[in-house]
Design a protein around this ligand. Structure first.
Ligand SMILES: Nc1ncnc2c1ncn2[C@@H]1O[C@H](COP(=O)(O)OP(=O)(O)OP(=O)(O)O)[C@@H](O)[C@H]1O
Ligand SMILES: [Mg+2]
Length: 437
């Protein structure tokens, strides 16, 4: 397809000359003579390049650069200025033009410019596509119904600014999802400040959140910014909010109500415009019933709740997730044998995706370079195997099998040595291994 060029130029002879020259040179030219027309054009279709005159009947082309950039961040822009308008040209570049030429325009020179500028445009597009991929790739969704709903909610959350509460068992990806939501939204250019509320108590926690003035307490030898300060215009991510002590809950509630706060030991009112995301593995309703969590605070933080399912409830995604994780662990070529997949499939995964990731990482480490990941590297899972509705039922056989696997692993997969340790024949081990497939 020919490169499509938007030409914004009110001078008839310049415009006709340009069209004659560049239509022959393999471009498709769309001509406009005013900013208003150009605006409408840009809104309805994508252009590979824009050539923009500065003095237009309905305004200054330079101001239009900003608008054009907003609707298409990657479009290459060449500005045409009058002779001696260098300051204007500089301003145009500052606003995001890629190149400028002064009148009278030499079409041959412009042709070179256009080629170069188009190359820049392509590079920019590739770069921004890569950036988008980087932003999107790290959070695995899969095809599980519940996860698709999570994804939809998370996208809504990303576009909006309301407080989000993410719940789910440990290792289900709450932290990851929080950052993902932050990155989707308009605040992504600012900080996503994370604080784990379970590590700090009382004054230490409030000090982290609010900051302190010099002399607020004995060791406070200087003014210190709190996380609320740093999260201004960005996101404040409070992890494990269920563990926030009740006195800090009261202080924090006040921040949400008043939209302002004070550093410890200071009287000055400060403001912070942050977006709030909270996460917890607790059922906050239960904590409210038992008086450990304030109901009014819960109302403030759970305008939108996203519940991440445990891994055992999305096992249909396991194969894809395993591939994804192996990839992210730097072993993209690795595939696991059906035996291993069977073990992974029948395990309960109380530690969810984090546990799966750790298990895979360990297996990769145990596997010598160039050889296949072996079943023995997953023996621990066989021992702990349980299913949610059928939790206790490891048969004697399974326990034995698991024990054999474990010894085998300890012996580095050497059957002879394992047989000696277990005081059974090698044939017995072979038989048991075969049976367990
Ligand atoms: N959807 C996902 N895609 C890719 N990796 C994931 C996903 N969910 C979790 N992980 C991985 O699992 C690990 C745990 O994730 P994360 O820390 O977000 O869980 P969490 O729910 O916050 O756990 P905890 O309650 O223990 O803090 C991380 O290493 C993360 O990379
Ligand atoms: Mg976490």
């Amino acid at each position: 397809m020919k490169p499509q060029v938007l030409l914004v130029e009110d001078n008839d002879s310049t415009r006709f000359g340009f069209i004659r020259y560049f239509s022959k040179d393999g471009y498709e030219i769309f001509e406009t003579t005013t900013i208003a027309e150009a605006k409408a054009k840009i809104a309805e279709q994508h252009f590979d390049l824009m050539i923009l005159d500065i003095n237009l009947p309905d305004g200054n082309g330079i101001e239009f650069i900003t608008t054009a950039r907003q609707s298409d961040p990657c479009i290459p822009i060449i500005v045409i200025t009058g002779e001696g308008d260098i300051p204007l040209a500089v301003e145009a570049m500052q606003r995001g033009a890629d190149n400028f030429l002064t009148k009278p325009v030499d079409n041959a020179a412009l042709a070179v410019f256009m080629r170069k500028t188009l190359e820049i445009g392509v590079l920019k597009q590739q770069h921004s596509a890569r950036k988008r991929l980087e932003k999107k790739a790290p959070f695995f969704i899969g095809t599980n119904r519940t996860m698709l709903e999570v994804h939809e909610l998370a996208e809504v959350a990303g576009r909006s600014d309301i407080p989000v509460l993410i719940t789910g068992e440990t290792g289900t990806g709450k932290g990851m999802l929080a950052k993902w939501i932050h990155q989707q939204g308009a605040r992504s250019g600012y900080e996503c400040v994370e604080l784990n509320c379970s590590g700090l108590r009382g004054e230490m926690l409030s000090r982290e959140i609010f900051g302190n003035s010099r002399g607020a307490f004995t060791s406070a030898d200087q003014d210190r910014k709190g996380l609320l300060d740093i999260a201004d215009r960005g996101t404040l991510f409070l992890d494990e909010i269920g563990d926030m002590s009740i006195d800090v809950q009261a202080q924090f509630l006040k921040v949400l109500e008043d939209k302002s706060y004070r550093r410890l030991g200071d009287t000055k009112l400060l403001r912070s415009n942050f977006r709030l995301i909270c996460a917890t593995h607790h059922e906050l309703d239960n904590l409210v019933s038992s008086g450990q969590f304030r109901q009014d605070l819960l109302y403030r933080i759970n305008m939108m709740t996203i519940k991440l399912p445990p891994l055992r409830e999305r096992m249909n995604d396991l194969p894809e997730l395993v591939t994804y994780l192996l990839n992210s662990l730097g072993s993209p070529a690795e595939t696991l044998s059906p035996d291993i997949m069977r073990i992974l499939n029948s395990y309960n995964w109380p530690g969810n995706i984090r546990e799966l990731k750790n298990v895979l990482e360990r297996a990769i480490l145990l596997t010598p370079h160039g050889s296949q990941i072996r079943q023995t590297h997953f023996s621990g899972l066989t021992i702990n195997r349980q299913t949610p509705n059928n939790a206790s039922l490891n048969s004697v056989h399974e326990v034995e099998e698991a024990h054999i696997m474990k010894v085998l692993e300890q012996m580095g997969g050497n059957i002879e040595r394992a047989a000696k340790t277990l005081n059974v024949s090698r044939a017995t081990i072979y038989r048991r291994l075969k049976k367990s497939r």
